[in-house]
Design a protein around this ligand. Structure first.
Ligand code: ADP
Length: 168
């Protein structure tokens, strides 16, 4: 499996699935969630509402898949990262579960390429170094049949951290 690092906007990436750092409501929000819903349009939200009506949103650490609407990607995998609480709420394990569950959904749907943002490191304030180490370690430990995973960093600080950890 190839790990790629990109500095940029995840809504522009053409892959089988982009991952959204959603919230438990699945109704959209700020940050990458807002950007994905804006670019994907009504179809993405309609799918999220269908899932919400069926199972009542998405819990922290879990993931669900929807259409990607007007995005270049084929699907969006919405996962809910933990809000940082000074390390007192099993945040590491919850973040690890986000990556594990996104990989499992990708596997179930036979996806080959996936792009992932730096879950929880924006509004949810998870320390960036710590989040990056968990992201890289988890995808390396749980090889799905994916051919390519793209880590998409939106800020230079995360990009530098990933670059360093990936040994580029
Ligand atoms: P969270 O609530 O999980 O912290 P945020 O959306 O606030 O979610 O931030 C998660 C990460 O996504 C942050 O590193 C932020 O810089 C990044 N981000 C924001 N917009 C985009 C985008 N369009 N493409 C990729 N990453 C983005």
């Amino acid at each position: 499996m190839e790990l790629e690092l990109v500095l940029g906007d995840i809504t522009k990436i053409e892959v089988d699935a982009i991952v959204n750092a959603a919230n438990t409501s699945l109704l959209g929000g700020g940050g990458v969630d807002g950007a994905i819903h804006r670019a994907g349009g009504k179809e993405v939200l309609d799918d999220c509402i269908r899932i919400r009506n069926r199972q009542g949103g998405c819990k922290v650490g879990e993931a669900v898949i929807t259409t990607a609407g007007k995005l270049r990607a084929k699907h969006v995998i919405h996962t809910v990262g933990p809000r940082w609480n000074n390390g007192q709420s099993n945040e590491d394990e919850k973040l690890r579960n986000c990556y594990i569950n996104c990989l499992a959904i990708a596997q179930e749907h036979g996806l080959k390429t996936m792009a992932i943002p730096n879950i929880s490191t924006g509004i949810y304030k998870f320390p960036k170094e710590r989040a990056a180490a968990i992201a890289i370690e988890t995808v390396q430990k749980h090889p799905a049949d994916l051919h390519r995973i793209v880590f998409v960093c939106f800020d230079a600080e995360n990009y530098a951290i990933y670059n360093n950890l990936l040994g580029n």
